[in-house]
Ligand binder design. Structure first.
Ligand SMILES: Cc1cc2nc3c(=O)[nH]c(=O)nc-3n(C[C@H](O)[C@H](O)[C@H](O)COP(=O)(O)OP(=O)(O)OC[C@H]3O[C@@H](n4cnc5c(N)ncnc54)[C@H](O)[C@@H]3O)c2cc1C
Length: 381
């Protein structure tokens, strides 16, 4: 076994880290306060390959392995949670299924628009009445009429649609067919009848736009079916397995940022005649944070490695996201504790990190659903 990144992965990590620390991190507080992504910086990500992480070379992408993609999302998370979520969702939830299930014509038509830096892609699964239970709850329908789909319904909590050229939308296409009765349809955001409602007011990740969508007789050509008819739910689950590696990586990045800030502060701040870092209670918190971050990072890399080996990585991705997101919660809590009263102030980054990481035990599979996924694989039921 090799427990370190290879030469190519290390060079990639260094390049992405420099970009994120120099360009993105200095704007993170402003991004949060203004509730707007730094679109000029996102534009600069396109030539670096950060907006086409899952795209192979033959489709015009950087041809990265999944560990390198995870490394990139981790570095984004370490610098700016809002940007990391939007870029992770773009790559993991929109570009990835297009690469995995799209036809040559769909890839040729949509990948260039998605990866140019002029916008970010979106995937719409969740609805006002359906989150964890998509199979039981999705009500949005798509009906074939003539040479196109007619879509009706609403979606909730969707990342990036206001910036997206297209939204991959999970629809019910055959109610009688149960879990084989869903399809994914590529919906251009300019389609008449599609309304992108005002952005949600959120606790954290405030720069990442989240919207409710309404589809009122929205038409999409029949050629916009993504993948196989009736396999939309199965394609969604495959996509979420990959997306969970990205969210796990983002959690590692946010936890690392919390540790970076806590370490710096503990060396500066003095109480009882010595720096905080000399008190054993503080040292133990730093030790616990470091240990859990390292464990989380290894779980993320393992899931990414299994994916690249073509092995089943459902359980590994669920474990990585479950552990990393809960470790990020504990790390952010301790980072605020180490800052004392100052940690409660928006003047210090740990306050933002604490709010930003909170989503990560919820989006792309809650901790409860992930425990179900893991135990199902263990118990075979
Ligand atoms: C900022 C943000 C961005 C998002 N981006 C996207 C996006 O881009 N695309 C998209 O489609 N969705 C997105 N979502 C939605 C997200 O994926 C859902 O919120 C998530 O899947 C949970 O669904 P829910 O909110 O409906 O909660 P519910 O499914 O209603 O769950 C509520 C609670 O009950 C628990 N629960 C549910 N069922 C069980 C059970 N069987 N056993 C035990 N506990 C259970 C859950 O774990 C949770 O704690 C986003 C959400 C947020 C907040």
């Amino acid at each position: 076994m090799e427990f370190q990144l290879n030469e190519e992965q290390r060079m990639w990590q260094e390049m992405v880290r420099d970009f994120c620390q120099n360009e993105l991190k200095p704007r993170a507080a402003q991004t949060d306060q203004e509730g707007r992504l730094p679109l000029d910086i996102i534009k600069k990500m396109a030539p670096l390959g950060l907006l086409s992480l899952p795209v192979p070379e033959q489709d015009g992408g950087p041809g990265l392995d999944t560990i390198s993609a995870a490394v990139a999302i981790e570095e984004l998370g370490r610098a700016c949670g809002s940007t990391a979520l939007s870029v992770a969702a773009h790559n993991g939830l929109c570009v990835a299924p297009l690469v995995a299930f799209g036809t040559a014509a769909q890839k040729a038509a949509y990948l260039p628009q998605l990866t140019s830096g002029d916008g970010l892609g979106a995937l719409a699964l969740t609805e006002p009445g359906a989150g964890s239970d998509l199979a039981g709850g999705v009500q949005t329908t798509a009906t074939l009429e003539g040479d196109g789909w007619v879509i009706n319904g609403s979606k909730a909590w969707i990342t990036n649609p206001s910036l997206a050229p297209l939204i991959i939308t999970l629809c019910r296409t055959d109610r009688a067919a149960g879990t084989r009765g869903f399809s994914q349809i590529i919906v251009p955001t300019g389609a008449p009848g599609l309304t992108i409602n005002p952005p949600e007011k959120k606790m954290g990740l405030k720069g990442s736009p989240t919207h409710m969508l309404t589809y009122d007789n929205v038409r999409a050509p029949s050629a916009n079916l993504l993948g196989e008819p009736g396999r939309g739910l199965q394609q969604t689950l495959i996509t979420l397995d990959g997306g969970r590696i990205g969210i796990g990586a983002m959690a590692v990045g946010l936890a690392q940022a919390a540790l970076d800030e806590a370490t710096r502060y503990a060396k500066d701040r003095r109480t009882f005649g010595q720096p905080l870092s000399q008190h054993q209670a503080i040292q133990w918190m730093i030790a616990d944070m470091s240990t859990e971050i390292e464990a989380a990072r290894l779980l993320v890399y393992q899931a990414a490695w299994l994916k690249d080996q073509g092995k089943n990585f459902t359980k590994a991705a669920a474990m990585a996201k479950l552990f990393a997101s809960e470790a990020a919660e504990r790390a952010a809590f301790k980072a605020i504790q180490i800052h004392g009263g100052y940690g409660y102030s928006s003047e210090f980054p740990v306050e933002r990190i604490y709010r930003d990481q909170r989503l990560l035990t919820i989006g792309e599979g809650t901790s409860e659903i992930l425990r179900m996924v893991i135990s199902r694989q263990m118990l075979n039921n």
